[in-house]
Design a protein around this ligand. Structure first.
Ligand code: CDP
Ligand code: CDP
Length: 224
């Protein structure tokens, strides 16, 4: 049986950084499901389709082939064979990802791929609905949060380091928009699973958060 760990929470809480580190420590494969929604968002933007036009997005869905590759450096994501791992991180794609993520047909397509991956390997998967919908039987479910201003500050630093021209206000607005959109949608919204462990990383350093979640993971896996 493959072992699964789910990490859900809002943008900038530290999910992907922590999941990547814990996966390396435990020898699990890290799967970034947000990247898949970002790839669909990018596919829509490139074709000039408004990401909140559900009919338009559904009309191109069958033409979008999304594949993942796991390397020493982490997950790479391909859209119709092209490596789009860097391009999907642009701020305009964050909003497109959140908009296409409201559409049930988009979610069903990506969830099928996510479940397939989790069946094959020991995985740590991060996203918004992993503990509640994608992997309801995961051995450990973490809901990772942090204060919105702390999250925006972290994401701003990341973007500035990559050379993206943006401001705190822009990043903060984007996060508030996505938090609301992701929590308010009808199908598989962002919310803690009943059996999740809540972790608030607002005043924790990155290494404290990694250590805390690694300990929780080891405890949960020992029981299996
Ligand atoms: O995946 P998610 O959007 O939840 O967050 P992330 O991209 O992993 O983290 C955003 C940034 O916050 C990264 O640059 C992390 O290094 C940083 N971070 C931090 O400074 N302190 C924490 N306790 C957690 C994350
Ligand atoms: O890294 P960050 O937290 O900024 O976002 P992400 O994890 O890359 O996800 C981008 C968007 O995809 C989110 O704002 C959600 O709308 C959507 N998403 C989702 O709906 N369900 C998931 N399991 C993962 C992401």
């Amino acid at each position: 049986m493959s072992l699964n760990i789910a990490i859900d929470g809002p943008a900038g809480a530290g999910k992907s950084t922590i999941a990547k580190a814990v996966a390396a420590k435990l020898g699990f494969i890290y799967i970034d499901t947000g990247a898949m929604y970002r790839a669909v968002g990018l596919g829509a933007v490139r074709r000039g389709i408004d990401s909140s036009d559900a009919e338009g997005v559904i009309s191109i869905l069958d033409d979008l082939t999304i594949t993942l590759k796991h390397t020493e450096a982490g997950q790479l994501i391909f859209l119709n064979g092209e490596d789009v791992s860097a391009e999907i991180r642009m701020p305009e794609i964050s909003v497109a990802a959140s908009n296409v993520a409201v559409i049930p047909a988009v979610r069903l397509k990506l969830v099928e791929l996510q479940r397939e991956l989790a069946q094959k390997d020991h995985v740590i998967m991060d996203g918004r609905d992993i503990g509640t919908y994608v992997l309801p039987n995961a051995q450990l479910k973490i809901f990772l949060t942090a204060d919105p201003k702390a999250r925006a500050e972290r994401r701003l630093l990341e973007l500035l380091e990559k050379g993206v021209n943006t401001t705190f206000d822009e990043v903060y607005e984007d996060m508030l928009y996505r938090d609301k959109n992701d929590s308010g949608r009808e199908f598989a919204p962002l919310k803690p699973a009943e059996d999740s462990v809540m972790v608030d990383s607002t005043s924790m350093t990155l290494s404290e958060t990694i250590d805390h979640i690694t300990t929780l993971a080891r405890q949960a896996l020992e029981k299996n």
